[in-house]
Write a protein that binds this ligand. Structure first.
Ligand code: NAI
Ligand code: MG
Length: 484
């Protein structure tokens, strides 16, 4: 296969509908985490390139894109979604090699991207304003308007899914986007820009500037021409972005990961729960914002759940993305070192089971064996901090009140799930759990395209996905007309 996304030179930025070299002329190496080799070079975009991208977005808003009707925007998004579906294999291979994710996960991500475009294409002309009864002699109504230029800083774990939810919703509302993909993985962002362009997206409606966070990312956040920032990534960078956005009083949507629990009660259908308990922790090698890294289990079924989870863990295999096993490498040596640091801090814990890195895995890859710890104290750092690797902890509890206390006992609040056959308990727990999404007898690992998603506490604020995202990517204007 060719590494060149859509036959594009990956060391370019996509600005104003054209491929342009970064103004500094510099590039960055893009590493294949399955074997540690260099895949290609990408552009090292900086402030000048961000400035050019914002100017191109402004020109699009003043031109064809700004004049497009909601129905026309929807039709274009739907066409992009269909175009994505004609490139499933190529996009999946690019994503698998770039991120290190098993090919089947990469394929699922392409399909999710297409589905986001289909959903937001359909939604573009369905968000209506209201008329508001007011004083005699007035007619009052509301208009939903785009913010203008929106900045999108995305991570490396699910580039295509996050492009779908973020760019899809922003374009549906008529914004023009500047996308800064992660330096660890940006091939599908580049490929997507070309696909969208070929499918009819007007020049400048989507601009992509790869580069480092501290350079291109910081420049995008600080740019006075950007009217909304959406960010998915670490808490530390989220904090910086919110601070910088405060300079221009720009709204931000922050999705900063979590420490999401699954709570297993004594009356749960354990056979139904088991695949979700493990998969939600090891999917994408645990590098998922909505990964379930804490499993809380009632003491009556504790031994059984631990035994079943341990036997699954022992069978897990980690290997190169293209081998399409249960788990790929982590995205980078740096991420592997972060996760190894947590494993070192877990040395005194009970390790119930560990999967294997296959013998064929190249020595230069960023592999980490999936690891299950049991009897972990809720205050231990492995039960408190986001690990972002294939590591789960199991914590026992005695009753509902204690389960709620432990489940809510971290600084995060993104996703939670309840496993129980008791309907009243399901509803009590769904209300009591501190999370932006609660699943009952399933775990959606971020949920579907249609389901509003986002967190509270250190998990961030604002909602993406579903119809709800359209409110965030637009501004409400109230018009009060006096006519006597
Ligand atoms: P990060 O937050 O540094 O990177 C995410 C994005 O932010 C990248 O595009 C990066 O270039 C950009 N960025 C970095 N510094 C920036 C700055 N000063 N201004 C603007 N943009 C900036 O995350 P990183 O270092 O890749 O991963 C570290 C940890 O963050 C992970 O171990 C994990 O715990 C968490 N994380 C959470 C994610 C989620 O889905 N919620 C995704 C990625 C990381
Ligand atoms: Mg970073």
């Amino acid at each position: 296969m060719t590494l060149r996304p859509m036959n594009i030179d990956p060391a370019f930025c996509f600005i104003g509908g054209a491929w342009v070299a970064p103004q500094s002329g510099q590039s960055l190496p893009l590493i294949n985490p399955s074997d540690g080799t260099q895949l290609c070079e990408i552009a090292r975009g900086q402030g000048d390139d961000i400035h050019a991208a914002v100017a191109a977005a402004e020109a699009a808003l003043a031109g064809d894109w700004g004049k497009a009707t909601a129905a026309e925007r929807g039709r274009i998004l739907a066409a992009i979604g269909r175009a994505v579906l004609t490139h499933v294999d190529h996009l999946a291979e690019l994503e698998a090699m770039d991120v290190g994710k098993p090919l089947k996960q990469a394929r699922a991500d392409v399909l999710a991207l297409a589905r986001y475009l289909e959903f937001y294409g359909g939604a573009a002309d369905k968000l209506h304003g209201e008329t508001i009864p007011y004083l005699d002699g007035y007619t009052v109504y509301t208009l939903r308007e785009p913010h203008g230029v929106t900045g999108h800083i995305i991570p490396w774990n699910y580039p295509m899914q996050i492009i779908g939810r973020s760019i899809g919703a922003a374009l549906a509302m008529g914004n023009a986007c500047v996308l800064k993909p992660a330096e660890e993985a940006c091939l599908t962002a580049l490929a997507f820009a070309q696909i969208a362009h070929d499918a009819g997206l007007p020049a400048g409606a989507l601009n992509v500037v790869p580069g480092l966070g501290a350079e291109a990312g910081a420049a995008l956040t600080a740019h006075s021409g950007v009217h909304h920032i959406s960010f998915t990534g670490s808490v530390g960078v989220g904090r910086l972005i919110q601070q910088t956005a405060a300079t221009h009083i720009v709204p931000v949507t922050l999705e900063l990961g979590g420490k999401s629990p699954q709570v297993v009660f004594e009356d749960a259908d354990l056979d139904a729960a088991l695949p979700f308990l493990v998969n939600a922790g090891i999917q994408n090698a645990g590098q998922t914002c909505s990964a379930s890294s804490r499993i809380l289990v009632h003491h009556k079924v504790y031994d059984e759940v631990v035994e079943k989870m341990a036997s699954r863990y022992s069978a897990l295999r980690a290997g190169p993305a293209m081998a399409d096993l249960d788990v790929g490498p982590l995205v980078s040596d740096r991420q592997r070192d972060i996760v190894q640091g947590f494993l070192d801090q877990g040395k005194d814990l009970t390790m119930a089971a560990q999967g294997k890195v296959v013998d064929e895995a190249p020595a230069g890859g960023a592999y980490c064996a999936p690891t299950l710890f049991t009897d972990v104290a809720p205050e231990h750092c492995l039960a408190q901090d986001e690990i972002f690797g294939p590591v789960q902890v199991v914590i026992p509890f005695d009753d509902e009140a204690q389960a709620i206390e432990i489940a809510n006992g971290t600084d995060f609040g993104l996703v939670a799930s309840i496993w129980s056959r008791d309907g009243a308990r399901q509803m009590r727990m769904a209300k009591a759990l501190r999370a932006g999404q609660v699943f009952v007898n399933n775990y959606g690992a971020g949920g579907g395209v249609e389901l509003p998603f986002g967190g509270t506490g250190l998990s961030g604020h604002g909602r993406e996905k579903g119809f709800e995202a359209l409110y965030g990517f637009s501004m409400l204007k109230t018009v009060a007309a006096y006519h006597g």
